[in-house]
Design a protein around this ligand. Structure first.
Ligand code: SF4
Ligand code: SF4
Length: 345
């Protein structure tokens, strides 16, 4: 069997770069040193990482049936997103932004569709076998695996840098019982460390000796962190409804798209059932309506002038039943000047 036998199948399924790793290639301790470095600054931020160390650092040892790991990149798919129906921002009123990538089709879904297609083609070509598919959904360190496989290099902003698409690629993995030949791509161009992503990051979540600090990242704070926000956390979150992506968008080869600016108060006033319907099938679905409303409340609190902020507090509290949203509004700091002007874009 030749690598070309499965490469053509993966290309038919819609993947761009395709590699295949085998157990011996992962035995050099790179995954455990990568994980230890990450945990030094970020332990506790993503519980599924802390609790899955064994399987993350030795993916084949914990899947004794698997003989090969296909790791492949794929591109985002633009879509007429239902999020475009959300109330748009107006100058002079608090706004909150949705990251451009959230307007694409949810990459978990598009990647999974491609993986299912690849699985079907592999079965047709080589016979049925046990498999495990994942797009940011399984306990797998996709990014260091992509580096080992030559899919991309490590960018300054900790994402994977691709020669052609910069930080704009997604990754998918497929473990299989099939004994496929190894394929490691030529070392890709290194991210040129031009520093534009660092300049664009509003919270300086990376770039110092401690490496990437996920708790400073607006994408994590807006989507993964589920608790009520303190005033300091609200300032860190800024005018963010979901995601961020400013470090990705500032990268020179990335196809820049503006974030979607939503009217934060109109969003907070929307019935939760209507929001739940609108975000279904988008990346925001994973975060859920309560956390999105919490983020909208934080955007309002930090943009209103102090006298208006204090006057509006009780009115907005009366609108909100969720303890997460209410505690976020209650944490608004009195007398503090607005953190940002009420203009969008
Ligand atoms: S903006 Fe510059 S430093 Fe940052 S990932 Fe892109 S090329 Fe690398
Ligand atoms: S997503 Fe935003 S906050 Fe997070 S590292 Fe990138 S620019 Fe910074």
């Amino acid at each position: 069997m030749q690598p070309s036998d499965y490469i053509s199948l993966a290309e038919q399924a819609g993947f761009v770069k395709i590699a295949c790793l085998k157990p011996p290639r992962l035995a050099d301790g790179y995954l455990s040193s990568h994980l230890d470095n990450w945990l030094r600054s970020n332990a506790g931020a993503l519980s599924y990482i802390d609790s899955k160390r064994d399987i993350l650092v030795a993916p084949f040892a914990q899947r004794p049936w698997a003989k090969s790991l296909i790791i492949a990149s794929f591109l985002p798919e633009r879509d007429n997103s239902p999020l475009l129906q959300l109330p748009r921002a107006h100058d002079g009123r608090p706004f909150a932004e949705i990251a451009p990538y959230a307007l694409d089709r949810d990459y978990h879904e598009t990647g999974r569709e491609k993986l299912k297609r690849l699985e079907e083609l592999l079965f047709q070509q080589f016979g049925p076998a046990q498999t495990e598919l994942g797009v940011d959904s399984e306990p797998v360190l996709e990014k260091p695996l992509a580096q080992i496989a030559g899919i991309g290099s490590r960018a300054l902003n900790s994402l994977i840098y691709d020669d052609c698409y910069a930080c704009g690629i997604n990754l998918a993995i497929l473990f299989t019982e099939h004994d496929l030949p190894t394929r490691i791509l030529d070392a890709p161009l290194e991210c040129p460390h031009c520093g534009k992503c660092l300049q664009a990051c509003p919270t300086k979540a990376f770039g110092d000796a401690e490496g990437f600090q996920v708790r400073r990242c607006r994408a994590w704070l807006s989507g993964e962190y589920r608790k009520p926000l303190t005033w300091e956390e609200q300032i860190l979150l800024g005018p963010t409804l979901y995601g961020c992506g400013k470090c990705t968008n500032s990268c020179p080869k990335t196809n820049y798209v503006k974030p979607l600016a939503v009217d934060a108060e109109d969003f907070l006033r929307m019935p939760s059932a209507a929001i739940t319907r609108l975000i279904k099938g988008t990346a925001l679905d994973h975060t859920g309506t309560t956390v999105l409303k919490r983020n909208a409340a934080a955007a309002i609190g930090q943009q209103l002038p102090p006298d208006i902020r204090n006057a509006r507090k009780q009115e907005l509290l009366a609108l909100c039943a969720s303890p997460t949203v209410r505690q976020t509004i209650e944490a608004w700091r009195e007398g503090c000047a607005p953190a940002r002007p009420m203009v969008s874009g």
